[in-house]
Design a protein around this ligand. Sequence first.
Ligand code: SR1
Ligand code: MG
Length: 418
Amino acid sequence: MTYQALTPETLADYLRGVPALQTLLGDLDALDIVEVGDGNLNLVYFVSSRSQPGRSLVIKQALPYLRLVGEGWPLTRHRADREANALLQFGALCPQHVPAVFHADSAQSLIAMQHLRDHIILRKGLMEGLTYPNLAEHLSTYLAQTLFHGSDLYLSAAAKKQAVAAATNTELCKITEDLIFTDPFEDNPTNAYNPALPRAAIARVHQPEVRLAAAQMKWAFMNRAETLLHGDLHTGSVMVNPTDTYVIDPEFAYYGPIGFDVGLLLANLLTAYLSQDWHRVQAGQDPAPVQAWLLGQVAAVWDGFADKFTALWAAHDAASATSFMGSARDEASQRLFREAFMQQVFHDALGFAGCELVRRTLGLAKVAEIAGIPDEAARALIEVRTLRLAEALLLGRDDFQFISEVIDLAQECRTLTL
Ligand code: SR1
Ligand code: MG
């Protein structure tokens, strides 16, 4: 069948032709099909049985253009294949944190997957001031499992090189190269500035030293094929309930630097942290408890990831005849290499976090917790803080040793005034 963007009616016909999905859904004549895509790129349908509650799934279909902008921004549909492959690979590594794939159809650029019907988007929960007791534990496990097993530390050199080639994702990487690393650091038409944000605050992240740092991070993103990344790991790509955490939407997956996924996630936890000064106060609540929890998550995501990644690495080396460093069992050298490696990942993550903070403040596709603040002056105050945090992370990234220093910096930025 040639590709067609599905409507609820044509999707029902499509489902009739896929026996595996019929088995999951039961009576195909009694389905509710609702388009719920509020993302930037795709069609997303919830399909559920009216007669047998609990039988449901999600259908995600790539459109041949960027939904956020419309047909004036054409895109190939390769991203659906990249997403299906990444979901399968990441799901095999940590099925408890990745939605199950029931069916993938490359010709239709379509994926049928587990419906997380009791879960909400993490960004939304954080804006409501909700906290999740297992969040950092789950996300650090996801990060360590996915980022370690895609790398040369685990795969043979040949398998890894083939994996790099198979994961090429040119168009979606270009979106990131432009929207995270380039446009926000210059006066570019894709940016939109809050009129109440002082020009001096914008000028600080357009100064040559910051642009140099952003260019260095862009170079790393484009050239350091270290592992298979999710590629867009913000808090809108995570679904949660009080007990579970799932990472969704890896359509930007490609081989890039390990610190990228970590840095994007940390940046989005930090926008959640800084924006509580509006959201909690609006709700008549004290922001302090949820802010303390969010900074605790920043620390626990990094520390948990670093510990688990290092443990996976050490266990793999111990169980193998040879390690990345060779076959000599020289523990001291291996430990030194691991420490230096994790320090580099940390510095990279902070640089990527800085870029993401600038982008989510000034660039295209801002974050709801900031862009949704209706009072321009109140929004500008949060924006000044995110931009100063970004600047300090970008310029000082190689000087940080511990995540506690990043927490101190975030607390300091939170006290800045307009
Ligand atoms: C133009 S697409 C904008 C953004 O949506 C995705 O979630 C990515 O973050 C991308 O940069
Ligand atoms: Mg997405």
